[in-house]
Design a protein around this ligand. Structure first.
Ligand code: MCN
Length: 794
């Protein structure tokens, strides 16, 4: 065997701000989205949807639709699910007695929200399928519409699901006294020198991803193939098999490039199941792609909580306890993780603070609205908002600077690891460093002086300063913890590395990127681990045939869990190559060291590159016994703990007190995501996250009218901000490595969204506080701001 040294990779790839390798195909249209897929003989589906939020279906007449041009079939629930037993799955029961209704593929006998499907047209073209929808005649008999979360919980109120006997989905409680992680909150409130109580509303949001949902099913051939615009191809495959009783080895799910999800594409949709059933019935490929209006009305919404919060403190500013009573609107059904979303927040209300008494109680309630589920941050933005808003209000009550109040109560960097009152152990953090850097970039003291001057001069445009010092738990995993919170959820991730004979590397990951840039970051990790050029690595994902195991992408988990699985698999590749290197170099394994992609005999210039070993094992006929002729390896990683990114966000708003218009003058954020694998991707994730968080603060709300109809289901009415609405962000980082994974990394995918909403609303309220304003409900539209100034507290 020859021993040809290869050129060592000089600079580490991890930490390089590389442009994303996937972007060229994404932004030049050289890729395939689900809706681009065209198969021979493919038929198109269109769904007839209910205009009523709560009604009995007294008659459906599909005869005329069946005779329309191009129509192949029209099905109702009776055709697709004659037994009436199929239910779109929900995976996360949060209590053993959680109430969950069946979520049918198509409504049978009764509709529970406006937009629910009642029939499906199958036609030769999309246009013919859409045209035939109008020919379906449905009679409804209206039922009382349940919209108000609090009213829905009162005795004798109309029920969304009669069979459940209640509108309450579940009650979930965490009490630090009972958990042994702290004291009794009622005692803390009774003994407090100061208490502040506030009610905050988390308005309902629509995830508004760019690519609408789409599903293609091909039942021909040996396996049934499902292409879906989904975040969860692996979960979708297993859930579809379980729900429809299909043999899983006969199913293949492919998530091609997916145009954003933000949590909105976690779900096994009735439309997914419907597409499978129709394809099976007709034995032909089918495609369902929703319109933007369908997407706004029926893709799950998010947030929609009422938060009653009381904070207790001593006069010197020491916070002693926090009590949270929450009501969360589930909408008409349970989403895949919907009931668990508020629970993720339960562990984050204490945020970066050290107080020692905490009680959280959450009541999930059904209403006749679109169901709610995860949306960027899922539970953690809501919790962060409440604690960061009430810290500001407490500062006012104590006449303290809000930053000084935070500094007094936060966990000091030398106190890590720190077990919080909610029972989590934060591994590392340095709130002092991130805050100091943010203050420096923001000119905190200078802006406070300008604020005082504007107030004194009665300037119609007032300046407000908003602070958000946040942390969050992400990297979902660990299975042990998730399993204790729910019944059935796991959190590991899988990776495989295949070193091809020519030394090129295929990385197979169970994560399923839909905009996060995994192909680039994973290549950087593998390039360093194996010492091969970045360009020699190809990342394969989103296809259950090439990547048979995985738990997909959400909860800012992919790097810390999936990325670590890759590190582990790479270590095994190197371990596998080592005895071969020793054989080739005719030395003992212990004499070898591996750096820069080469095994070198210590103290000599004898070396062999790992890429050469890959070719050598492929062609060799003299391998020692027990050596396999390849370097492939795989690994599964399930961490011991979450990761806890943190940071300080500072926002300055100018609020026109005459018109109510809010302008963000400057926005500074200093985030700590531990080791940044690719600082450019991190910055991009922060930017996107900030825009979504600011949008909740200022622009977005999904509004149902008194009949339960969504009133703003188009982008003309639902204000997704554009670049023109946004300020230039000043983004910086501190780097406190995590000790929960070998990369030292913490997740970043949701951080910007979690942190930014309270920073902005705190700034809006801060601008107007001297005018008597105590609260401005989100979104802080000009009308709401104007009303807060001129017409009371809202
Ligand atoms: N990263 C890094 N260094 C770190 C942390 C992360 O370089 N210390 C990189 C990772 O390599 C990865 C990206 O940042 O390329 C995000 O990593 P991570 O925080 O692990 O989050 P996930 O990849 O698991 O993505 C999920 C997260 C979530 S929960 C939502 S919601 C969200 C988000 O990502 N939805 C997105 N970002 C999105 N970005 C786009 N474009 N589209 C979405 O739908």
């Amino acid at each position: 065997m020859t021993t040809v040294p290869i050129t060592a990779v000089a600079e580490p790839e991890v930490g390089k701000a590389r442009l994303r390798k996937e972007d060229a195909r994404l932004i030049t249209g050289r890729t395939r989205w689900t809706d681009n897929i065209v198969l021979p003989g493919m038929l198109h589906l269109a769904v007839k949807r209910s205009p009523m939020a709560h009604a009995k279906i007294t008659r459906i007449d599909v005869a005329e639709a069946r005779s329309m041009p191009g129509v192949v079939a029209v099905y109702t629930a009776a055709d697709l699910d004659p037994e009436g037993t199929i239910s779109a799955p929900y995976a996360w029961p949060i209590t053993p007695d959680m109430k969950a209704p069946r979520r049918p593929v198509l409504a049978a006998g009764k509709v529970n929200f406006a937009g629910e499907g009642v029939a499906v047209v199958v036609a030769r073209s999309v246009a013919e399928a859409q045209d035939a929808l109008d020919a379906i005649d449905v009679d409804y008999s209206a039922l009382p519409v349940v919209l108000d979360m609090e009213a829905a919980l009162t005795d004798g109120y109309a029920l969304v699901h009669d069979e459940l006997g209640t509108n309450r989905n579940a009650l979930w409680v965490f009490d630090s006294a009972e958990a042994g992680s702290g004291g009794n909150v009622d005692d803390a409130i009774r003994d407090a020198e100061v208490t502040v109580t506030r009610r905050f509303r988390q308005q309902r949001l629509a995830p508004a991803f760019m690519e609408p949902r789409s599903t293609v099913v091909d039942p021909t051939g040996n396996q049934m193939t499902i292409w879906a615009a989904t975040q969860i191809p692996h979960i979708l495959k297993t859930m579809t098999a379980l729900t429809l009783g299909l043999p899983e080895h006969k199913l293949r799910v492919i998530a091609p490039d997916v145009g954003g999800g933000f949590g909105g594409k976690i779900g096994v949709l009735p439309e997914d199941l419907m597409s499978v059933l129709v394809a099976q019935k007709l034995g032909r490929p089918v495609k369902w792609t929703e319109t933007r209006s369908e997407c706004m009305m029926t893709a799950h919404h998010a947030r929609d909580q009422i938060q009653d919060v009381t904070i207790a403190a001593n006069r010197d500013g020491t916070v002693t306890g926090l009590k949270v009573d929450l009501i969360a609107d589930m909408g008409a059904y349970c989403g895949l993780v919907g009931p668990g979303v508020p629970i993720l927040g339960a562990f984050m209300f204490n945020a970066i603070y050290k107080f020692t008494a905490y009680r959280f109680a959450c009541t999930n309630v059904f209403t006749n609205k679109t169901l709610t589920d995860a949306y960027r941050g899922a539970g953690r933005p809501e919790a962060t908002f409440a604690i960061e808003r009430i810290m500001d209000e407490l500062a006012v009550e104590l006449d303290m600077d809000p930053m000084a109040l935070r500094e007094k109560n936060w966990i000091k960097h030398e106190e890590f690891p720190f077990t919080t009152v909610a029972g989590l152990t934060y591994d590392t953090g340095n709130y002092e460093a991130a805050t100091a850097r943010a203050k420096e970039l923001f000119d905190y003291d200078g802006l406070r002086r300008e604020q005082a001057e504007r107030r004194a001069s009665g300037d119609p445009v007032q300046l407000g300063i908003g602070i958000s010092t946040y942390t969050e738990m992400c990297g979902l995993a660990p299975s042990r913890v998730l399993g204790s919170l729910s019944y059935g959820a796991g959190g590991w991730e899988h990776a495989a590395i295949r070193m091809l004979p020519t030394g090129k590397v295929e990385v197979v990951t169970g994560s399923s990127a839909h905009g996060q840039g995994h192909e680039t970051a994973w290549s950087q990790i593998v390039a360093d681990q194996l010492g091969v050029p970045f360009e020699d690595v190809e990342v394969l994902h989103g296809d259950t045939q090439t990547s048979p195991r995985g738990l997909d992408t959400y909860g800012s988990r992919s790097l810390t869990v999936g990325g670590t699985a890759i590190v582990k698999a790479a270590e095994r590749v190197v371990a596998k190559a080592k005895p071969i290197a020793a054989h080739m170099l005719e030395c003992a394994e212990d004499d070898l060291e591996f750096t820069g992609g080469r095994f070198t005999v210590r103290g000599t210039d004898q070396a062999v590159g790992i890429q050469d070993i890959a070719l050598a094992v492929f062609t060799a006929h003299d391998l020692p016994d027990g050596i396999e002729p390849h370097l492939d390896s795989e690994a599964v990683y399930d961490p011991e703990n979450f990761s806890f990114p943190h940071g300080t966000h500072l926002c300055a708003t100018e609020v026109d007190t005459e018109t109510g218009k809010v302008r963000i003058r400057s926005y500074v954020c200093v985030d700590d995501v531990g080791k940044a694998i690719n600082p450019l991707i991190v910055e991009g994730q922060v930017h996107g996250g900030l825009v979504q968080g600011i949008a909740q603060a200022l622009y977005e709300e999904a509004v149902h009218d008194e009949s339960g109809t969504l009133t703003n289901g188009t982008f003309a009415d639902y204000h997704v901000p554009t670049a023109a609405d946004m300020p230039t962000f000043t983004v910086d980082r501190t780097e406190t490595p995590s000790t929960t994974n070998p990369l030292g990394a913490k997740g970043v995918g949701e951080a910007g969204t979690i942190a930014s909403t309270p920073a902005v609303v705190n700034a809006v309220v801060d601008a107007l506080r001297h005018m008597g304003v105590r609260e401005v409900e989100m979104p802080c539209t000009p009308m709401r701001v104007w009303q807060a100034i001129h017409g009371g507290t809202r």
